[in-house]
Write a protein that binds this ligand. Structure first.
Ligand SMILES: Nc1nc2c(ncn2[C@@H]2O[C@H](COP(=O)(O)OP(=O)(O)OP(=O)(O)O)[C@@H](O)[C@H]2O)c(=O)[nH]1
Ligand SMILES: [Mg+2]
Length: 261
């Protein structure tokens, strides 16, 4: 779903946009693919939020196809998300019906890590427009910490890059929901490194929730659990409703009721 198609969804009520911010190969697309597969198996939602529809089933299928087990073909990871000439992120749509019958639309932005790396270094970079778009519009941000990179031979660079990206993402979120999501949870990371990553996202004003996901089961923890926790947290997002003050005089011109604000 591109920018032009967004009118389909946003014409009704502004959907809740979920931005996944992280460097290249951090596991961002894998999260989306895993969520889609689990949703299809009925493993993500409860009676409170029933899957209703999606305008982008083909897009979801493309993201998740490689993660599926097929006869004679074990699952693989999704291909690298190309940055190409596109300036806006690919959007994946899901709608859920709540208990009271109302529908809620979600848009998940799947962007290439390169955009965020450029944006972290230079907020105004011309080829970081997609990253700026996500940071500006995301109602919910998943800030990705790639455990494999943070435990690998280039862990120092990965940490510095994360600190830079986190600084930008936290500043841009300005009170909107943001969570730290560790990907590749099956990989061990030194506790000193974990502490530095946590410190980079910590803000005085709010508590940043933390999740760990992995497509591999870890000792006692089922691989589904981490994805489910992130998803539940995303679904809890509420859109702030604007309440205009009411007056006793119905039909009165709003200008004279509320003045010019
Ligand atoms: N060990 C481990 N590796 C993973 C896991 N999830 C993803 N990976 C690895 O990370 C690689 C990148 O995953 P993607 O989901 O494509 O990463 P991305 O953030 O979308 O990357 P870009 O599209 O390049 O920005 C995969 O090809 C896997 O090798 C995981 O749970 N555990
Ligand atoms: Mg990707």
């Amino acid at each position: 779903m591109g920018e032009a198609d967004l009118n389909f969804v946003s014409g009704k009520v502004k959907p809740i946009t979920v931005g996944i911010i992280g460097p290249e190969s951090a596991g961002k697309t894998t999260i989306l693919g895993a969520l889609y597969l689990l949703l299809g198996r009925g493993n993500l939602t409860t009676g409170d939020n029933v899957f209703s529809n999606s305008y982008t089933l083909t897009g979801w299928e493309t993201v998740a196809a490689s993660l599926r087990w097929k006869p004679g073909q074990p699952p693989n990871f999704p291909p690298h998300t190309p940055s190409g000439a596109a300036r806006a992120p690919g959007m994946l749509h899901l709608a859920f019906r709540q208990k009271d019958g109302s529908l809620r639309d979600f848009l998940f932005a799947d962007a290439p890590g390169e955009w965020f790396q450029k944006w972290a270094v230079n907020e105004q970079a011309t080829d970081a427009e997609g990253a700026r778009w996500i940071a500006r519009h995301a109602d919910v941000t998943l800030l990705i910490a790639d455990r494999q990179a943070l435990a690998g031979p280039k862990m120092g660079t990965a940490r510095n890059d994360f600190q830079l990206l986190a600084q930008r993402a936290v500043a841009e979120a300005r009170g909107r929901r943001l969570a730290l999501v560790w990907t590749k949870g099956d990989v061990e990371v030194e506790s000193a490194m974990e502490a530095q990553i946590r410190k980079a996202v910590a803000s005085d004003s709010s508590n940043v929730p933390e999740f760990t996901v992995s497509v591999y089961p870890r000792s006692e923890v089922d691989a589904v659990e981490g994805f489910r926790e992130v998803f539940d947290w995303i679904l809890c997002t509420k859109r702030l409703v604007v309440n205009l003050p009411m007056t006793e005089v119905p039909g009165h011109d709003p200008l004279f009721r509320f003045g010019r604000r």
